[in-house]
Design a binder for this molecule. Structure first.
Ligand code: PLP
Length: 399
């Protein structure tokens, strides 16, 4: 099987699995228990916390809270900010966020908050002017993703956070770094120094599903979201998922090892796939083509075919890809991200996302390049918009 859906989830790295096993077997104790045997579990959590804090440049490991996933981290960040700042009732986000942010913001609008959804251009890049104008005296929080899960387009977080803080230092800045963590530079003492909160999920970088993190800068006005026991310094009740927390720290360590080489290889293979598709398939375009993009993501729009049909055919060749985010595939609605980018109607339904990992190999990419063009030729035969005889669209394509 050729797995090119790593923005949906990744395989657990063998080193990660290895590091987790003792916490299912000999060291399964509740880290809050008082006896000696449980101390190793508590120590393992704190070591994982310092390790991850170190990776993202946090000055104190206590700034890192473990959660179950990025969705929880985002919910905790936003609702915790609201609880601590009841007088501010305005939020800034973008139209292309993952539902983890977007749906929270939509809920807020029903609850009497005002939300500014900043738009993007045809390349998926944020409208900076609109962003600046969106910030108001009553803005509580800015919640923006680092890299888009569908297109891989990277937002200039350093700049957006600086603009926010220069406008009003008391506005909280939350970055959803779920796709970028371990792939792009994220350092809360450097390029993320004006970012107050960073959300991420372990399963996007070869840790298991079911563990995530939220960095909360010391001094941020924020209140506990999940109420219960005293775990996570009283910020999140619930017995810690020791094994998965240990695994997530290990996954970051593994990612850091040959980082530069791994990223360069992944980008080279992604570019090979991209150029190969553009060369072989007429009337295909890359969504977000001129924007800064994640090195592992390719979102390609093929005019006059249905994405669902492409995925079905790819799947029958044992190739796993996606037509949008994992959460929106299965719905016939075109992706909200591509709609916001005004991708032409004839292509928005034929968009496919390939997302690579550092384990993707060159023969796998060659295999996709061999199969994909034939799949498109076959599907276009079925399209009423495609002139089979002349191998071109029946009508001029809208741009
Ligand atoms: N944010 C982004 C940008 C994502 O891509 C995802 C998942 O795909 C999430 C948040 C939610 O992550 P999880 O499902 O692990 O909570």
């Amino acid at each position: 099987m050729i797995y090119l859906d790593n923005n949906a989830t990744t395989s657990v790295a063998s080193e990660v699995l290895e590091s987790m096993l003792p916490f299912f077997k000999e060291n399964y104790f509740n880290p809050s228990s008082m006896y000696d045997a449980a101390r190793a579990a508590r120590v393992a959590i704190e070591e994982a916390r310092s390790q991850i804090a170190g990776f993202i440049g946090a000055s104190e490991s206590s700034e890192l809270m473990f959660t179950s996933c990025a969705t929880e981290s985002v919910n905790a960040a936003i609702f915790g900010a609201i609880a601590a700042n009841p007088s501010r009732r305005h939020v800034v986000t973008t139209v292309v966020e993952h539902p983890a942010v977007l749906e929270v913001c939509k809920r807020l609008t029903h609850d009497g908050f005002e939300v500014s959804f900043v738009g993007v251009d045809k390349n998926g890049e944020i409208d900076l002017g609109e962003f600046v104008r969106a910030i108001r005296p009553d803005t509580l929080i800015v919640a923006i993703m680092h890299a888009n899960n569908e297109t891989g387009v990277i937002f200039p977080i350093e700049r957006l956070a600086r603009i926010t803080k220069e406008t009003d230092p008391s506005i909280l800045f939350l970055c959803d770094a779920t796709q970028s963590m371990t792939k792009l530079h994220i350092n809360v003492s450097d390029n993320f120094r004006n970012v107050d909160m960073v959300a991420f999920s372990g399963h996007k970088f070869h840790a298991p599903k079911g563990v995530g993190g939220l960095y909360i800068r010391r001094g941020s006005r924020w209140r506990q979201f999940l109420i219960g026991g005293h775990q996570e310094s009283g910020r999140r009740g619930g017995t810690e998922n020791v094994a998965f927390i240990v695994g997530m720290a290990k996954a970051m360590e593994v990612a850091a090892k040959n980082h530069v080489e791994d990223i360069a290889r992944m980008e080279r293979l992604r570019n090979k796939l991209e150029n190969g598709i553009l060369e072989r398939i007429p009337h295909s375009i890359v969504n977000g083509t001129t924007a800064a993009r994640m090195p592992n993501t390719l979102n390609v729009a093929v005019h006059f075919v249905e994405g669902e049909g492409i995925l079905y055919q790819l799947s029958s060749c044992n190739i796993c890809a996606s037509s949008g985010s994992a959460c929106t595939s299965g719905s016939l609605e075109p992706s909200h991200v591509l709609t916001a980018m005004q991708i032409p109607f004839s292509a928005v339904h034929g968009s496919v996302r390939f997302s690579l990992s550092k384990y993707t190999t060159e023969p796998e990419i060659d295999f996709v390049l061999e199969k994909f063009p034939n799949i498109i030729t076959q599907l276009r035969r079925l399209s009423p918009y495609w002139d089979q005889k002349n191998n071109k669209p029946r009508k001029q394509i809208e741009s």
